[in-house]
Design a binder for this molecule. Structure first.
Ligand SMILES: [Mg+2]
Length: 233
């Protein structure tokens, strides 16, 4: 039997809550940092905004733009760099990381190119991916500041950026697989014709984990792809 050529597959891997457990300590720290920074930016007459105001603005921007940072850049004149620096301040990032053994083996096994596609900034994702030991197994690393269309920031779930990415790698959508914990990002990818893997193991308890039409494969851990990636490539 002729062996199927799988080398043309392009894997797009999210980072936080897909390859490691950001809910454990990193997301709580980012939330605290972001709230404190936003309270300062939204202050009136030198008085920091209260928690309810910050929360309402965060939710509004997250829903409108898929990422809070974009709303702060567009409506409050802050720079993306400053926002990302302020949000990603950690006392000791490495000790805050929680992840499973076997990620390197997974990346070795998967056929095709593997790209990191994260709405996090490079100075952070670079450190995390090195600590996970995956930097040598990646064919590309696209942090949030590199997600631009016509010079404008277009983070996930931007469909124009996905189209640009496919064109850059010369791939049709069918050859491309997004591996993610965010259902909004998976839905945008599916609408664009990509295949999708939903990773649910790090999603906090209480959040909806019911499968959706935009999900081709649902896994608790990304490591389950070692056994079932063949149905996708
Ligand atoms: Mg994520």
């Amino acid at each position: 039997m002729r062996k199927r050529d799988c080398s043309g597959t392009l894997w797009l891997f999210d980072l936080d809550n897909t390859l490691h457990n950001a809910s454990h300590a990193i997301f709580p720290a980012i939330n605290r940092n972001m709230n404190a920074y936003m309270a300062r930016v939204l202050s009136v007459d030198g008085k920091p905004a209260d928690a309810a105001t910050v929360d309402a603005v965060r939710q509004d921007y997250y829903q409108r733009y898929g990422i809070t940072m974009l709303g702060m850049v567009r409506h409050h004149g802050v720079s993306a760099e400053e926002f990302l620096q302020e949000a990603h301040q950690f006392d000791d990032l490495i000790t805050m990381l929680r992840f499973e053994r076997g990620l390197r083996n997974l990346f070795r096994r998967l056929p095709g190119k593997k790209i990191l596609l994260t709405n996090a900034p490079h100075f952070y994702s670079h450190r995390v991916i090195r600590h996970l030991g995956l930097h040598k197994h990646l064919d590309g690393h696209i942090p949030v500041e590199a997600m631009r269309v016509h010079g404008q920031l277009q983070p996930k779930p931007s469909r124009p950026f996905l189209r640009k990415l496919l064109a850059k790698y010369g791939k049709t959508a069918k050859k491309c697989i997004l591996v993610e914990d965010s259902i909004d990002n998976l839905r945008a990818a599916k609408n664009q014709g990509l295949r999708t893997v939903w990773v649910t193991g790090y999603i906090p308890a209480g959040q909806n984990k019911k499968s959706a039409a935009c999900v081709d494969v649902k896994v608790k851990s990304v490591l389950q792809l070692v056994k079932n990636y063949r149905s996708l490539v």
